[in-house]
Design a protein around this ligand. Structure first.
Ligand code: PLP
Length: 305
């Protein structure tokens, strides 16, 4: 596909993580800093939005409509992407709008997003074809994007992530997974295995969902992939003192900001696996994807109680 230069992505740094905690483990770590792409439209949300924006342009839509919770990284990125690329944006927000708006929604609003609260039972219809058809009728100029950017276009954008690192330098790519779209997309292009850390509680649901994604989107995995569902730290957006202590130390030592919903959990889980010594082979080279999401830190107190 001929991509408009308008939607091209700047270089993304790959940094080596030299950590005393990992000395002698035989594993080396590097990190792909997609959080540095743009101050607002950052991280994997940019990759998930890219082909949606291109398609919206192709369909001459003037508005982007999507769904999210009150701390949604996706709505936050979508609002600013809409402003930058000249789309109106509508965010259907789960539950009531906090008053005053929290920092995430205040940013989205300042970027021009029209925020519409949706009661929880209606919100659960977010993938129901009839509900979506009624929204399309209500907003004929809108291009609809699922919650979290979780559609085929979202996956196609994430399939481009491996253009930003040299696959020959690594044995595994590790990432945090919510919807699993990033992993689905990257698996269609990756020559090396992928490991996803499920940040929501629930036995093996994500593995099934990702398998369904391939089928649903007509995509094929090119690599081995696995999901670890043991490091959710209590569930979505839940934290523990152990997790917060890990994050604070990591940020201090490496001067790399993390957040506790995705990246922090993945790294904390990965460190535990590496420290087992027999989990990964010797001289194993792991690249972790920093998926961004730093705006969400404003919703957390990162002081250990
Ligand atoms: C949304 C998000 C993810 C999860 O991506 P999925 O494609 O939903 O699995 C990971 N990290 C960050 C920072 C995110 O914002």
């Amino acid at each position: 596909m001929d991509l408009s230069p308008e939607f091209s992505t700047p270089d993304i740094p790959v940094q080596t993580i030299n950590d005393p905690l990992l000395e002698g483990t035989g594993v080396s770590l590097s990190i792909l800093r997609t959080d540095l792409i743009h101050p607002v439209v950052s991280g994997n949300k940019w990759f998930k939005l890219k082909h949606n924006l291109i398609k919206a342009r192709e369909q001459n839509k003037t508005c982007l409509l999507s769904f999210g919770g009150p701390w949604s990284n996706h709505l936050h990125a979508l609002a600013e992407a809409g402003r930058l690329f000249d789309f109106q944006t509508i965010g259907l927000v789960r539950g009531e709008l906090p008053s005053p708006l929290n920092p995430c929604l205040a940013d989205a609003s300042a970027s021009g997003m029209l925020l519409q609260p949706v009661d929880r039972s209606t919100y659960r219809q977010k993938t129901n074809p009839e509900y979506l058809a009624s929204l399309q009728e209500l907003y004929p100029d809108a291009y609809l994007i699922p919650e979290g950017g979780a559609n085929r276009e979202g996956a196609l954008g994430c399939a481009e992530l491996n253009l930003y690192y040299d696959e020959q330098q690594f044995d595994l790519v590790s990432m945090a997974c919510g919807t699993g779209i990033m992993l689905t997309g990257l698996a269609t292009s990756s020559a090396i295995p992928l490991m996803g850390f499920q940040v929501l509680k629930g036995d093996a649901y994500l593995e099934r969902q990702i398998s369904n994604n391939f089928q649903h989107f007509g995509l094929t995995s090119q690599c081995r992939w696995s999901i670890n569902d043991r490091f959710h730290f209590g569930g979505y957006a839940k934290t523990t003192d152990e997790l917060i202590t890990f994050i604070n130390r990591f940020e201090r030592i490496h001067n790399i900001p993390l957040e506790p919903v995705y990246v922090g959990k993945m790294l904390c889980g990965l460190y535990q696996l590496i420290k087992k010594r027999d989990f990964f082979p010797q001289n194993y080279r792991i690249l972790v994807i920093h998926g961004g999401g730093l705006q969400g830190n404003r919703g957390f107190c990162k002081i250990v109680q």
